[in-house]
Design a protein around this ligand. Structure first.
Ligand code: PLP
Length: 357
């Protein structure tokens, strides 16, 4: 049998969860609550759904490879040039395009741990080396990350807010960090949860772009816009960086329905506000209930909460909640992440948690 090269065969594959229907069948239940993947519990924008229904008859045509209408609308909204935008099959694809464009054998990428797991896998697939810096006080340790920059460093990943901790690095921290990053190192600021952030200290990363820095900002329609199933995200960068990444992008990487739905969702401020309000109220409710249960957690700027559990108790908690039809994400032996759901879902989670304690 043909063998994959070592840098591929040694990758730890992503473990997909079972389809929810299958899980429910196994558990003998029908009303499970999925709080494991940081999706928007409110659902997609009704305007996006309508747009999808309207365009179903055109599936025989290839999509618009330039995402023309979505690009125009987003460029206007963000006040950037159209050439500063690149669209992908989820922001995941933009991460992949950036790595494949700028990292070759032996190059280094600096990233935090724990953070979004995809970065290191993609770097490894490109024969690059991940330089991993542990979080400090549950946040990216930007000082140490900057100190790890060498001539081999091509890229630095900063998830802001970070997944799984929900923490942000402040404007002050980012400003100090950016001063230490030399030209020729691409700073990838992953802002998948940008729209949820409430802190006034959150940096406006577009300012670095305006100054002409080598920066790639990632955003997505999978989270607050509620379109995770459609797989559409985007990057904002300099025209030069986008131009290079476009050279290896598949011409039709974003499908027609995704483009149409994203454009409609982008215009649906009402839906965005509703999602934000549900998240804010759910956050406050969960804080209150977790406090009552004496469960430690990290205050979040996103749509999920990182809980600090006792040693070895996360897998047990996960299994116990699962049996009660509540799905969360264990994070190693002593922590777990729960997505903020609808009020009834949050309540189900808390009730199940009480039965476990
Ligand atoms: C920090 C972060 N970045 C990127 C993504 C990928 O999002 P998508 O590919 O759906 O746009 C996620 C998804 O969970 C995430 O948590």
């Amino acid at each position: 049998m043909i063998k994959a090269p070592k840098h591929i065969s040694s990758i730890q594959p992503y473990q997909p969860g079972k389809p929810i229907e299958e899980l429910e069948r196994e558990l003998g239940i029908t009303d499970s609550v999925k709080l494991a993947s940081n999706e928007n519990p409110v659902g997609p924008s009704p305007r996006a759904v309508k747009e999808l229904q309207k365009n179903l008859a055109d599936l025989n045509r290839y999509p618009d490879g330039s995402c023309y209408y979505l690009r125009s609308a987003l460029a206007k909204k963000l006040r950037v040039k159209q050439g500063s935008l690149i669209f992908g099959n989820g922001s995941n694809e933009i991460i992949e395009l950036a790595v494949r464009t700028f990292i070759s054998s032996g190059d280094q990428a600096i990233m935090a741990h724990p953070s979004f797991v995809v970065y290191s896998t993609i770097v490894q697939a490109a024969k690059g080396k991940s330089v991993v810096v542990p979080l400090k006080d549950m946040k990216h340790d930007l000082k140490t990350m900057a100190s790890k920059i060498t001539k081999k460093t091509k890229m630095i990943f900063i998830a802001n807010p970070n997944n799984p901790t929900g923490t942000i690095n402040t404007k002050k921290e980012m400003d100090a960090f950016m001063k230490k990053v030399p030209d020729g190192v691409l700073v990838v600021v992953d802002e998948a949860y940008y729209e949820y952030v409430e802190s006034r200290d959150y940096p406006d990363s577009m300012n670095y772009l305006k100054k002409g820095r080598d920066i790639l900002i990632l955003r997505t329609f999978s989270k607050i816009y509620g379109l995770a199933a459609l797989r559409i995200g985007y990057g904002i960068s300099t025209a030069g960086i986008v131009e290079e990444m476009n050279k290896i992008r598949q011409p039709f990487n974003v499908n027609t329905l995704s483009q149409k739905a994203a454009l409609a969702a982008l215009k649906d401020d009402k839906h965005l506000k509703k999602a934000n309000s549900v998240n804010h109220k759910g956050k406050k409710y969960l804080y209150k209930e977790l406090d009552k249960l004496n469960i430690k957690y990290i205050p979040t700027e996103a749509n999920f909460i990182f809980m600090l559990l006792g040693n070895e108790s996360a897998p047990k908690l996960y299994k116990s909640l699962l049996k009660q039809g509540v799905i969360i994400r264990p994070m190693g032996p002593a922590a777990a992440r729960v997505t903020i759901g609808l009020p009834a879902e949050n309540k189900r989670f808390i009730e199940a948690l009480k039965k476990t304690k």
